[in-house]
Design a protein around this ligand. Structure first.
Ligand code: GAL
Length: 672
């Protein structure tokens, strides 16, 4: 690892909202932060109304004091541009900046994020605020990072107002140049939708029935781009005056924003992560989210910007984290590439809509489990920063999963063969890879795939020819390609790939798809409930028999071996899983959603023959390699026995045959 790649210490801290507290408390905060090992806090995220209480009148005195106090305490600042929540005076003066839903409802201020991303008025006032903040603090010695806005699109990711309509038209003109090209792409010969000019086009507002699919997809692409344009505008202002790194906080697998495009624009990827402590699958989902963050940054260290130290306040039922769970999940982030662990928020609020959301300093004070766990983690991370540990190191992965926002947007549209939840499908594949002990990178089809022994492609519903050629080339050149159902059905304009679907992958996979046949319950069953329909499948590649659900189809295996078949029902004997040698590699096709056990057996076998190295497998324990370290995390509430090749950096406990307590963590170094 180069010196440049090695950060000096793990970042540790959280969102700090001093405007909610009296200045006496600020002093106490800094003392407590020092006690807890906090070295980085995010300040000013929701401070617009406090910084600019009236149009053009800026009050920085309080923020000067806060930043100076933090600096004196040795705490660095991730300074926000404060544009996430416009103040009430601005909406009163310019109601046209308020967002409008597809149904025509205008959303008011009094909450947060009440602005249309395309509004020139919003952008004008936001830019003025950012200039004022950057002018004031660009040279402040506490400044470590710029935090642009906050969770772009979290509440308002799409706006259907007139300003959005104007911006959508220019975006479309850029994309298509001529109205004829748009009419072709959108297939407007259908249902009398032909446009004579760009001026006639509207956002996909509420309509009598199914909207134009390509218009919907273009509006998704446009809306992600518009939010990104807001980010870029702020970034340019900052960059013209400051060389300090710039980030904006992502939200894991967030459908409205294509983070592949966003990740290119940030200096460091940062993420907000709130898995449900009550959900037994949360450790696996959390692992998947962290793998995405590392992948978005091309493998570089990323920052966990927000997690909760305990319960959140926005679920119907808000489970507290169990003892040790916050620590275990923090080390999961570190294991999967994070160089900083931060929380929402520092001090638990006493007023406002988030007063029941946990804070690092709880309502009940410092003599509490939460604060003790916060202190413990802070001191461990400080100690770990001092020695040769995972900080700054890369996380090796030899398996990749393709993730594609166009496919996510398109496959979940109305008027499809069956309702498919894209992310649930990706998660099914990920769960099997996780259970089989593989570390996974997320990729795009045109990334450098040759680095991976196995590439899994879940429902790449929308694909252009270049993407399909890249996947085909990967298999031909020796890779193991595993393609899931509902892939390459449509091109980028959402036009069908006729003649058996799949485009260039037909040859690679050696199959054609003749007809879709998803197992559907009669609509009347919805009235009486009942089990979702299941299919039976059989074949050695899944260890005998198994079950499947959600999707099925009539596959014709032209030049592929059939490794698993549907067993019973109308699809009896038709291929469910096929395999074909392709050049020096191989290509698998999976025509249904296999149950977890069957998918695990299938992928385990595929990874074994592709030579994918994996760590020790103990049920409930996650083991990940980062740099020369192995990190083991017990996600269960019972102690487990595990063999690890070395002494634990956290506790000093000796090598092999150790017990990991409930929610316990061990880090061993010295791997070759
Ligand atoms: C995030 C947000 C924070 C806070 C937190 C509560 O979405 O960025 O400001 O609201 O959720 O969980």
């Amino acid at each position: 690892m180069s010196d440049a790649a090695r950060a000096k210490a793990f970042g540790y801290g959280g969102d700090y909202n001093p405007e909610q507290w009296a200045p006496e408390i600020w002093r106490e905060d800094v003392e407590l932060m020092k006690r807890a090992g906090v070295n980085l806090v995010s300040v000013g995220i929701f401070s617009w109304a406090r910084i600019e209480p009236r149009d053009g009148e800026f009050d920085f005195a309080w923020l000067d004091d806060v930043l100076d106090l933090l600096h004196q305490g040795g705490i660095r600042v991730d300074l926000a541009t404060a544009t996430a929540s416009p103040p009430p005076w601005l909406a009163l003066k310019h109601p046209e900046l308020l967002p409008v839903t597809a149904d025509g409802v205008t959303l008011s201020s009094g909450s947060r994020q009440a602005y249309c991303p395309s509004s020139p008025v919003y952008r004008h006032y936001a830019a003025r605020l950012v200039r004022a903040i950057v002018d004031r603090y660009a040279e402040h010695p506490a400044l470590a990072l710029w935090h642009v806005n906050n969770e772009y699109g979290c509440h308002v990711s799409r706006c259907y107002c007139d300003a959005s309509a104007t911006a959508f038209r220019s975006w479309l003109e850029q994309r298509y140049s001529t109205i004829e090209a748009l009419n072709d792409a959108w297939g407007t010969a259908f249902w009398s939708q032909h446009y004579a000019a760009f001026d006639e086009i509207l956002p996909p507002r509420a309509a009598p029935t199914f909207k134009n699919p390509t218009q919907l997809l273009d509006f998704d692409r446009f809306s992600s781009d518009e939010l990104l344009a807001c980010f870029r505008a702020e970034k340019e202002i900052i960059r013209s005056r400051s060389t300090v790194p710039i980030t904006t906080n992502f939200m894991g697998f967030f459908k409205p924003a294509d983070y592949w495009a966003w990740a290119r624009e940030v200096d460091i990827v940062s993420d907000d992560s709130y898995p449900d402590p009550a959900d037994p699958l949360s450790p696996v989902y959390g692992a998947m989210q962290r793998d995405l963050m590392r992948s978005l940054g091309g493998g570089k260290p990323w920052l966990l910007m927000e997690q909760s130290p305990g319960a959140v306040n926005w679920r119907e039922r808000n489970a507290a984290k169990r003892p040790g769970q916050m620590r275990a999940w923090s080390y999961q982030s570190i294991a999967r590439g994070a160089d900083g662990i931060m929380f929402f928020q520092w001090r638990q609020a006493v007023a406002g809509a988030e007063k029941f959301h946990a804070g690092m300093v709880p309502h009940s004070g410092t003599d509490t489990r939460i604060f003790r766990e916060v202190e413990q983690l802070g001191s461990e991370l400080a100690a770990l920063s001092e020695r040769e540990g995972p900080l700054g190191a890369a996380v090796p992965a030899s398996v990749a999963v393709v993730l594609d926002w166009d496919s996510w947007w398109a496959i979940e549209q109305e008027a499809s063969p069956t309702a498919i939840d894209y992310l649930a499908g990706v998660f099914a594949w990920y769960r099997a890879l996780f259970a089989a002990g593989a570390t996974v990178d997320f990729v795009r089809p045109t990334d450098d795939l040759a680095r991976y022994a196995v590439v899994v492609v879940p429902s790449l519903f929308v694909a252009d020819d270049a993407q399909l050629a890249a996947l085909a080339g990967y298999a031909a050149d020796g890779g193991t390609l595993v393609v899931g159902y509902q892939s390459a059905i449509l091109d980028k304009d959402l036009h069908v790939r006729t003649g058996g679907y799949l485009g260039a992958l037909q040859q690679t996979l050696g199959i054609r798809i003749e007809e879709f046949a998803p197992p559907a319950a009669p609509d009347l069953a919805a009235l009486g409930g009942g089990e979702p329909p299941r299919l039976r499948v059989r074949g050695d590649a899944i260890g005998g028999t198994g079950s499947a659900s959600l999707w099925a189809e009539y596959v014709r295996a032209d030049s592929a071996e059939v490794r698993v078949v549907f067993d019973g029902g109308v699809l009896h004997g038709f291929p469910a899983v096929t395999r074909r040698r392709s050049g020096s590699g191989e290509a698998w096709y999976v025509a249904t959603l296999l149950d977890d056990d069957a998918l695990l057996v299938l992928l385990d076998g595929i990874m074994t023959s592709a030579g994918v190295e994996r760590g020790p497998r103990v049920p409930g324990v996650e083991v990940v390699r980062r740099g020369r370290h192995l990190i083991a995390i017990n996600h269960t509430d019972e102690p487990v026995e595990i063999d690890l090749p070395g002494a634990d950096l956290l506790t000093g406990a000796g090598a092999s045959g150790r017990t990991l307590e409930a929610q316990g963590v061990a880090i061993v170094g010295g791997l070759p």
